[in-house]
Design a protein around this ligand. Structure first.
Ligand SMILES: [Zn+2]
Ligand SMILES: [Zn+2]
Length: 377
């Protein structure tokens, strides 16, 4: 009997060891007293047209460093419906069984799926998906709203080949205006899967609509995004008072979001500036050299967002690097060159750069300043 017990414990221990999983944290700092939560508000499972069982989404989210995901199976498009329950709540229920184990918040959502217009809209933070399965589109949106939903218009540029527009750009149809006017449109994806829509970003800025960027993943995440090559799914950054579903919901309605897509950040200047300030540090800001020689400085990036700096303009006496590349989690050394051998003594310099991949608007980059001291003997 003792041997059997020993075997049981050895086996259990063995199984636990197999259960170990590794998380790749996304290092983007907290800002302005808020937690910077990494979220994906659009994903599918076999309960609509996805190819994974719901609990895998939670394990993937843990591995990818996310704090929260929404499971948003289509209401109207369910290719496996003959093999699975017709209960629209089931995929989220299954995913929620892994919520505590991985400390990943699972948000209940549904994708209300119509031809364009109005297209596809996610109802997030709903309580019961089944009543949303109704023929009239406006009724479906209103039922979701009555449950406290945040309504996100997904991939506004989708179905472009079916609905070509005059200028080949995403179109804001009258029904979207109606939804917006009736406070039934809270957010829009400016990034979906691998696509970024600059025009949609512009709409959101002009109308103060919450921006999101999500994977809309159907396959296993690693089948679609080449994570071993540094690729990652798009992530919505939510600046939340706390790590909780309520905190995320409050932040979304208050427009406190940004988007991390590929190597770029999209969001309001106040958020991107704080992310920059809390990520980048001039670790050597004073340099001494002989007259006419180059002066060397060092800057460090503590975040997972690489940065490309483009010089705004040179100083009268010194030449600055036209372009600087500061990779994620690295330190670089850069030089400043006096324009003449006659320049001597101490001088405070301001180096003004645009962070090319920090987009505070579709055509606007964050402007930053490095202050250094030169001393030429
Ligand atoms: Zn869709
Ligand atoms: Zn979708």
């Amino acid at each position: 009997m003792k041997n059997l017990v020993t075997i049981f414990f050895v086996l259990s221990f063995g199984l636990n060891a197999l259960a170990q999983q590794t998380r790749d944290d996304i290092n983007i700092p907290d800002i302005l007293g808020y937690k910077t939560l990494k979220c994906d508000f659009h994903s599918h499972t076999v309960f609509s047209d996805g190819n994974v069982w719901p609990d895998l989404r939670v394990r993937e989210a843990f591995r990818d460093g996310l704090d929260a995901i929404a499971i948003t199976d289509h209401i109207e498009y369910r290719p496996h419906k003959d093999d699975l329950t017709k209960n629209h709540n089931r995929s989220v229920e299954i995913a929620k069984t892994k919520e505590n184990q991985y400390d990943v918040i699972v948000i209940k959502g549904s994708e209300i799926t119509r031809k364009m217009p109005p297209g596809h809209l996610n109802a997030l933070f709903i309580k019961d998906s089944n009543p949303i399965d109704t023929a009239d589109f406006m009724t479906a949106i209103k039922i979701a709203k009555e449950q406290g939903a945040f309504i996100q218009w997904n991939h506004p540029f989708w179905l472009k080949p079916v609905f070509p527009t005059k200028d080949g750009k995403p179109t804001w149809f009258p029904i979207h205006q109606e939804l917006f006017d009736k406070h039934l449109l809270d957010g829009i994806e400016i990034v979906n899967e691998r696509e970024y829509y600059p025009d949609v970003y512009k709409w959101c800025i002009e109308n103060n609509i919450t921006i999101t960027g999500n994977s809309d993943i159907h396959d296993p995440v690693s089948y679609f995004f080449e994570q071993d090559k540094g690729d990652h799914r798009p992530v919505t950054l939510v600046f939340s008072k706390e790590k909780s579903e309520e905190g995320i919901k409050e932040a979304l309605f208050a427009h406190r979001t940004a988007v991390f897509h590929h190597d770029s950040l999209f969001g309001k200047e106040e958020y991107l500036r704080e992310i920059f300030n809390n990520s980048v540090k001039l670790i050597k800001d004073k340099a001494i050299a002989n007259k006419g020689a180059d002066l060397y400085f060092q800057v460090k990036n503590n975040s997972d967002v690489p940065m490309t700096f483009i010089l705004e303009k040179d100083d009268d006496d010194f030449k600055f690097p036209a372009r600087l590349l500061l990779p994620a989690q690295k330190t670089i050394v850069f030089s400043v060159r006096p324009k003449s051998k006659d320049i001597a003594g101490q001088k405070e310099l301001k180096l003004n750069y645009f962070v090319k991949n920090f987009l505070t608007g579709p055509e606007k980059c964050l402007k930053v300043e490095f202050n250094v001291t030169t001393d030429l003997k």
